[in-house]
Design a protein around this ligand. Structure first.
Ligand code: ZN
Length: 428
């Protein structure tokens, strides 16, 4: 399972490649791609998927005998990194650097002094308009060099990285001036003048490793959950509910985009599924009441050097099983109802769960669940796998935990949550 996860991560340097790669996995498993711009003719017992912006994906499968509700997972496929600006080259008489800005909340120091590559999408001119091509340099294409300690004696004490000064990536010597766009065009297989615009990002190409009890790799947050949910979605047997696997872009920048969890993507897909099966608007609302969502995003494991950051009574550990995340301000959606339902499913699947809450004096982060609930409001629980160094360019998690997640989510997709009345539920 870990090797499969590592190869998934290597194939997904940005949200665009993650979406394309997930789409390929679905196609291989017999799923049909739909387009939002066309009419949908759906068959019960068949699987489908749809992408938006080429960077978010929703897959679903409706059981043969119709469905009462939806069993939904939501994870994200974007990671903190540097976005390359449109006028990319910053050339002087000695160097060519790349003009970038930060995407999401990175641990800056982890991006220095390591080979970096570049991937994303290119919009190219066609005779009738534009089309998207994915590109991946796939080799070392940039480096962000540190200043020597001799010039910066306090580097180990109080370094304050300025992204506009200290973190500008080196792309080449002066002779490489003017080559960047040509290289992008060559990778896209088009003439340079046909490259209209780009969305390109720096990424860490270092392969992941499994070592002792751990797995270390770039982008574990949140590709570990994206992979686990897609694997479980594909492996699960047929239940009485429609199963839905969402992998969203833009979680790291607040999700407020057309393809992010705050957009209408999930609502639109669920609504169109209902419509395709001849259900009325009232039936859509009933289906949502009989639905359940897992917001899957990694959690902070007890740190070996800094146990003091964990709440003493809610410490979660690597290889300790699935983490249920709680927050009184509801930045995590888990509440007594949703956590209880999920716990029962994990018990059935024989998967251990552990409970996480931030220390009361540490605000912590938010994620997808409560944001998605603004568009589609339903019982939702925030879960994840415990990891170290979240938002580093190379993160560490547990070697056993991916399999726990796949096992629990496989069971989840086979279940149904029936709302008998508000507060009373049957797990079927
Ligand atoms: Zn995340």
């Amino acid at each position: 399972m870990n090797q499969e996860l590592l190869s998934f991560i290597a194939s997904c340097p940005t949200a665009f490649q993650a979406t394309a790669h997930s789409a390929q996995m679905l196609r291989t498993a017999g799923y049909t791609q739909l387009s939002e711009s066309e009419a949908w003719q759906l068959q019960a017992g068949e699987g489908y998927f749809v992408t938006r912006n080429g960077s978010s994906l929703i897959a679903f499968r409706v059981p043969k005998g119709g469905f009462r509700g939806f069993m939904i997972t939501a994870s994200h496929c974007d990671s903190p990194c540097f976005k390359i600006k449109e006028n990319a080259e910053l050339a002087d008489e000695r160097f060519v650097r790349l003009s970038t800005e930060g995407y999401g909340g990175m641990i800056y120091s982890t991006w220095l002094d390591r080979p970096l590559s570049i991937a994303g999408r290119v919009l190219v001119k066609t005779p009738r308009g534009v089309e998207t091509k994915l590109v991946d340099f796939g080799e070392t294409a940039a480096m962000i060099p540190n200043v020597a300690i001799h010039m910066n004696r306090s580097v180990n004490k109080d370094t304050n990285y300025n992204p506009a000064v200290d973190l500008v990536p080196l792309y080449g010597g002066k002779d490489s001036a003017g080559s960047f766009r040509a290289r992008v065009a060559a990778l896209a297989g088009v003439a340079e003048e046909d490259v209209v615009t780009t969305d390109l990002y720096l990424y860490n190409p270092q392969p992941g490793v499994v070592w002792d009890a751990f797995i270390s790799a770039p982008r574990l947050d949140d590709l570990q959950c994206a992979f686990s949910s897609l694997r479980a979605f594909l492996d699960a047997g047929e239940g009485d509910s429609a199963r839905v696997c969402c992998i969203f872009d833009n979680e790291e920048v607040g999700s407020q985009t057309k393809q992010g969890a705050a957009g209408t993507f999930l609502y639109d897909v669920l609504h169109r599924v209902c419509e395709s099966f001849g259900l009325a608007d009232a039936d859509y609302h009933r289906a949502v009441a009989h639905s359940f969502m897992l917001s899957c995003d990694n959690a902070h494991a007890l740190h070996p050097n800094h146990p003091e950051y964990a709440d003493k009574n809610h410490t979660v550990v690597i290889n300790g099983g699935i983490v249920i995340k709680y927050n009184a301000s509801q930045r995590y959606t888990s509440d007594a109802v949703s956590a209880a339902l999920f716990e029962l499913i994990c018990r059935e699947a024989d998967v251990p769960v552990q409970r996480y809450a931030n220390r009361a004096d540490i605000p912590g982060g938010g994620t997808l669940g409560n944001i998605a609930n603004a568009q589609v409001s339903l019982n939702t629980v925030d879960i994840g796998l415990a990891q170290l160094a979240m938002h580093s360019s190379y993160e560490t998690a547990g070697a056993k935990d991916t399999a726990y997640m796949v096992r629990a989510l496989t069971r989840f997709f086979e279940k149904s949550v029936i709302m008998e009345r508000d507060g009373v539920y049957t797990l079927a």
